[in-house]
Design a protein. Sequence first.
Length: 556
Amino acid sequence: QLPILRLLSCPGTVAADPRREEQPSGSAETGSEDKTPKKRFSEVQKERREQAQRTVLIHCPNKISEKKFLKYLSQHGPINNHFFYESYGLYAVVEFCQKESVDSLQNGAHTPSMSTEAVIPFRSRYFNLKLKNPSNQTSQQSHIQCSNQLPPSSKKIFELLRCAESIDDQLNSLLKEFQLTEENTKLRYLTCSLVEDIAAAYFPDCTVRPFGSSVNTFGKLGCDLDMFLDLDEIGKLSAVKTAGNFLMEFQVKNIPSGRIATQKILSVIGECLDHFGPGCVGVQKILNARCPLVRFSHHASGFQCDLTTNNRIALKSSELLYIYGALDSRVRALVFTVRCWARAHSLTSSIPGAWITNFSLTMIVIFFLQRRSPPILPTLDSLKNLAGAEDKCIIEGNNCTFIRDLSRIKPSGNTETLELLLKEFFEYFGNFAFNKNSINIRQGKEQNKPDSSPLHIQNPFETSLNISKNVSQSQLQKFVDLARESAWILQQEGQDRPSPSSNQPWGLAALLLPSIANGMALARKKGKKPINETVKNLLESIKSNSAENSTNTHRK
Ligand code: CTP
Ligand code: MG
């Protein structure tokens, strides 16, 4: 990355930089500082789900006239909005104003007949559009604007960071580039809705809801799509009171345990996705995991999907993170930065293993923000104390109650800059007593570790569980070492910022570079002693300094 950086220079038209005019993010669910009232999590989910049900996904020919395409589809009813994107070919997402338009479109669609292969005649909302007369259309094609679904390249990120005005500006730019776009969010809800149609073949009133980073406001472009097959609603729907002395029940199969029921349901839905689900490829049934799941790729959207069921608590923790993300605009900027930093240094991975997960990192940042003085985020216990009767929620004996109305949570009086918070974050965790303490966002303070796992982060709702049980001692050590090194780099940066015309990566950009290369670049810049010695000495001095500093910080 370094040589590429040197070739680039900042664009001259500084005033045209959109980052100067707006705060990160735009939509109502992302906790930006715009004046849009922030909606409740359940409202957002309901609204987006309903939108998705009126939406179709269409694989289009590469050469297409957008005008004609829209005119053709409008035969089925008015279109609310649409966008195109490129994945393996050109795709369109079209949201009709009315659900009936989807039925009309399906009624006019054909099942293709193949000469050599057979097809499964499954009628979904995922279509293939063909030109009746290809040669006729190409002359009138217009340029189709495609919405981007991919994370920005590291070249683009380093360029943006290098041209930013301050470290705060860098963190906000990173957030803006990586956060899920409106279109990507729509595509996520649509993919869930398409899977719901398949599951509905067995459970007509089921709901497939996205959870995790797709909806908790901490998702980065390219993150996986966690789905939850909700069968509980079915029970609620049928609870219509009837008169008379009798009570009617369905005849059902008895299964020895809830876990076995979950495995059986997921096994069948997994088969269905594999055999009938258009665009669902690489279906793996991982039924022996603590939380059984079906993993597959949704080819058309490019999402890696994890489908679970009986996982209501995870949905509740997504809602909690949504609230934390919406409470203060610094939260998401800091979480995104820490997630990007961890990814850049291979602290996180897309492969399951002994690595720290993004979910754990988010918890760590939330905990840190609860520890500031005054706190930037309230503890989960205080959110529970603010809850009203309508917020009460007990899932499988776990108390998951917290206030859900954002407007009733008092904003923090803390005015610390992102630059300071980032530096203190690295110092705090570079010196945290992981060997004896557990991170606990419910109480917002360290607790004694209940077991010997290297990293202990209490699950906020299932309090006997450790969400980072998988993390090995060596991965934790790597996190601590990198945090110390990053704290040191930021300390140096503060004293010695390169001029705007220089091509030198600075601030956050310096933190995202591979650490050794980084150290060497700094040593070269300063013409100092060889890197190993310099880093070692400085890290030692940070260790002793920040032991004092961190006690001060905690007392603040
Ligand atoms: N989850 C949990 N306990 C864990 C792991 C996950 O409760 N030990 C829940 C969390 O609600 C989490 C969700 O499952 O948000 C999805 O897990 P995962 O995909 O690993 O994390 P994300 O938050 O979605 O982050 P990423 O962007 O890495 O997918
Ligand atoms: Mg996820």
